[in-house]
Design a protein around this ligand. Structure first.
Ligand SMILES: NC(=O)c1ccc[n+]([C@@H]2O[C@H](COP(=O)([O-])OP(=O)(O)OC[C@H]3O[C@@H](n4cnc5c(N)ncnc54)[C@H](O)[C@@H]3O)[C@@H](O)[C@H]2O)c1
Length: 394
């Protein structure tokens, strides 16, 4: 019934670059969503994307805002354009779902939430990885009390940036980029999903290189300026009393540390190397836990055969890259009259945390976080499992 009501939620895509492919592949699985037009700064790029994914119209961004048939703008532009595109979409009366980071300026974040509230529109924001099977499993373990009361969290990602795999990596080193704003949203969103909102932070950061070379694609050999810090450390305190430390880096050649761990009074949850390729967070993968009763790590889901784990054993779906799942949840939220799980309020809180981590070393003191959001509800068990049960273990 809900799916029926949300049917023909018409989406206009703005930003037809690298990340748009996985969104379009995921959204094609959801009958509730129709991507009816796509636009970018480059009409040829948009036309190619429209042909590849059978999108009826390739056009300029202004035509998406002006199209009365479009319910929601999917904003997959570069970080510096996020706020402008989202605000224009809302002012045109459309819901909006944007890539991370939410904004590059905190004041823009408040403006987006205010305009949306005044017009009765919903705002959703990536990352939606916490809706994937791996993070839903972690949340279930916490909610079922397997590790007792959570006391701490640790997250470490060490990469050497994006210039070896992204053909146009400039935005990662411009204002709005850097490892904290690029990778931080995955980890901080997962933390808030599991542990609730953050109350206080401290931080330290450095910039190892003033320029970096593009090392792939047509621009191989070109130098880019680096305008942001590229090695970031932070301390976090949660409303719940749990505390955490987080390292996000584009300056680390290799590390055995990449992992995400949650400590509790009665046990530990460990998420080994969240993504061995990019160090970024993913939907799928092994979750380990160990309690005061067990001498070894328990795998969740239980390992079967040669695979580290098997989807069939997982109570949760979406154990593969499913970017766009958050947009489906937003479409359902519109019809159900609720907030989306990957909400603007969550993204705003996470952005405030990141902005405060950046500010802390300049001011030399702990930064209090003013915004709050609820822990997003987990997805219902077996949500859309029919779409994902043929997925392969990673
Ligand atoms: N590439 C990845 O692996 C990846 C992964 C996760 C998230 N993201 C996020 O997705 C977003 C896009 O990344 P990407 O890698 O696809 O970038 P990209 O450079 O490949 O593509 C950016 C697209 O946005 C369009 N664009 C830029 N400014 C615009 C504006 N003002 N108005 C309209 N269109 C505009 C460009 O024409 C292009 O189509 C970023 O916020 C990034 O952080 C990227």
């Amino acid at each position: 019934m809900l799916d029926e009501r949300a049917k023909s939620f018409r989406v206009g895509l703005i930003g037809c670059g690298r990340i748009s492919d996985i969104y379009l592949k995921t959204l094609a699985k959801f009958h509730e969503i129709d991507v009816v037009a796509c636009a970018s700064l480059d009409i040829e790029e948009s036309q190619a994307k429209a042909v590849k994914y059978g999108i009826p119209k390739a056009c300029l961004p202004d035509e998406i805002f002006a199209d009365a048939e479009i319910d929601c703008v999917l904003n997959l532009t570069v970080p510096a354009a996020h706020a402008d595109v989202s605000l224009r979409a809302l002012k045109a009366g459309k819901h909006v779902y944007s890539e991370k980071p939410f904004v590059t300026d905190f004041a823009d974040g408040a403006r987006i939430l205010d305009v949306a509230a005044s017009k009765g529109l919903l705002v959703g924001n990536a990352p939606d990885t916490f809706l994937g099977g791996r993070w839903q499993t972690v949340r279930s373990l916490i909610d079922e009390g397997v590790i007792g009361k959570p006391t701490g969290v640790f997250a470490h990602v060490g990469t050497h940036g994006t210039e070896r795999h992204h053909p146009n990596p400039d935005f990662y080193y411009a204002r709005g980029g850097g490892p904290l704003l690029d990778l931080g949203p995955y980890y901080l969103t997962a933390m808030v999903f599991c542990l609730g909102p953050i109350s206080r932070v401290a931080g330290m950061s450095r910039r190892t290189f003033d320029r970096r070379m593009i090392e792939n694609g047509p621009r191989n050999g070109q130098w880019m300026p680096v305008d942001v810090d590229t090695h970031s450390l932070s301390l976090l305190e949660f409303d719940s009393g749990a505390i955490g430390d987080m390292t996000m880096s584009f300056d680390v050649w290799d590390s055995e540390a990449p992992r995400f761990e949650i400590y509790g009074e009665d046990g530990t949850i460990c998420i080994p190397d969240p993504d061995p390729v990019h160090g970024a967070n993913v939907f799928q993968g092994d979750v380990l836990y160990r309690t005061r009763e067990t001498a070894r790590w328990t795998h969740q889901p239980r390992p079967v055969g040669r695979d580290a784990w098997q989807v069939a054993n997982n109570r949760h779906g979406f154990n593969e890259d499913s970017r766009g799942l958050g947009l489906l949840d937003l479409a359902l939220a519109v019809s159900e009259g609720r907030e989306p799980r990957a909400s603007g309020a969550l993204a705003y809180h996470v952005f405030e945390v990141m902005a405060a981590i950046e500010k802390a070393p300049r001011e030399g003191i702990y930064q209090s976080i003013t915004s709050r959001c609820d822990r997003p509800e987990p997805l219902p068990l077996n949500f859309k499992k029919d779409l994902t049960e043929t997925s392969h273990a990673c």
